[in-house]
Design a binder for this molecule. Structure first.
Ligand SMILES: [Zn+2]
Length: 371
């Protein structure tokens, strides 16, 4: 069977009504990170109804978050070819107060559906679920396998769902992966659909502790004011030279939090700074730490400063590295041609503006036939 007739067979039962219904059902389920119980059940049940025999994969983090939840996994195909991982997250960010529509209403207006997570990424989750349903129908024609993973806690602080997939060896046999995040929405300015995001910057979260010396507030000259010294550091961080990369763009730094002092008449002896640093290829943990050490050295402040990174459930993971998948990778080439055959347009290759989202990543290339 030729590739194009495969596509046609695959998409013949997919229409707007079915897609809209599934996205709408998903959006109507409230599922901020760490509160995914209901949506997890829905996804598993939906896949069960389509004969996909899904199962739960337990996610448990005991050290910091005490979170317990479940990823939903299903597979279709056989061992006669490569395994492609299809990954989507089920959680959303927390619902904020400024919604003008019902965030769980899934209201449709023209070609837009409004609701919490409609874009990020219940539409991508629906796409992956529908792909599994259609692939199941032609399972005996497949040469290879698709492993579907709907994960919990992608929006939360540590990405525990996908982390557990990797730690528990579930992704070990995957040759390549597609994450159905909304591409154009998270691409740099000026990039529109169709686009394929094949790289992302990395990220480190500085946790900087400034220790001064307390004294009575009426005699500040006797102490060392940690809040003032931390303020100097914050202003200097803003000017720090950051990395840049021809494909990934510029690095960035954002001070997220500064906390110190109190209401008593005392010179504050402690202040904490949290700052996000997005990095490009080549910027390692060592470089990122050294940059701040140099900033502090130049300031000549009296407080003692400890530069660390955010406490993480797994201490070996201090940050996320930047990555780029080769434009010549088999999966990138195949996706480019599929896009073109289906939509008539060649997708733009670009990068994800934030971090930790592997739109496509190469695990190993042993077999490269995708047909
Ligand atoms: Zn997302």
């Amino acid at each position: 069977m030729s590739k194009i007739s495969n596509y046609k067979e695959l998409i013949k039962d997919i229409n707007r009504n079915k897609v809209e219904k599934l996205i709408s059902d998903l959006v109507k389920i409230r599922s901020p990170w760490f509160e995914e119980k209901e949506i997890t059940k829905f996804v598993k049940k939906w896949l069960e109804k389509e004969g996909l025999n899904p199962w739960y994969h337990k996610v448990s983090e005991k050290k910091i978050t005490k979170f317990e939840g479940n990823n939903v996994i299903a597979k279709v195909g056989n061992d006669n070819g490569p395994t492609i991982l299809l990954n989507a997250h089920m959680d959303t960010v927390k619902i904020c107060d400024s919604w003008k529509r019902n965030p769980l209403g899934a209201e449709v207006e023209g070609n837009k559906l409004y609701g919490q997570g409609a874009l990020d990424m219940k539409s991508g989750l629906a796409a992956a679920m529908i792909a599994m349903k259609e692939l199941k129908k032609i399972e005996n024609q497949l040469k290879g396998k698709v492993l579907f993973t709907a994960v919990v806690d992608e929006e939360g602080p540590y990405g525990l769902g996908t982390d557990a997939l990797i730690r528990d060896g579930i992704t070990d046999k995957c040759d390549m992966a597609i994450v159905t995040e909304p591409a154009a929405a998270f691409a740099p300015k000026g990039i529109h659909n169709p686009c394929l995001l094949i790289g992302a910057r990395g990220r480190y979260l500085y946790d900087i502790r400034v220790k001064g010396k307390s004294a009575h507030g009426s005699m500040p000259y006797l102490g060392i004011n940690a809040v003032i010294d931390a303020s100097k550091i914050v202003l200097e961080l803003k000017k720090m030279k950051l990395g840049s990369h021809p494909f990934l763009g510029e690095g960035s730094l954002c001070v997220l939090m500064m906390e110190g002092g109190g209401e008593t008449i005392s010179v504050p002896d402690k202040c904490r700074i949290l700052a996000d640093r997005h990095v490009v290829l080549g910027e390692t943990e060592e470089i990122v730490r050294k940059d701040v050490e140099e900033v502090i050295k130049k300031l000549n402040i009296k407080s003692k400063v400890e530069i660390g990174f955010r406490d993480a459930p797994y201490p070996e993971v201090k940050g996320y590295g930047a990555y780029i998948t080769s434009k010549d990778h088999k999966l990138v080439k195949e996706l480019e041609s599929s896009f073109k055959e289906l939509s008539g347009q060649k997708p733009v290759l670009s990068n994800f503006a934030s971090v930790g989202i592997l739109i496509i990543w190469e695990i190993k290339i042993e077999q490269t036939s995708l047909q």
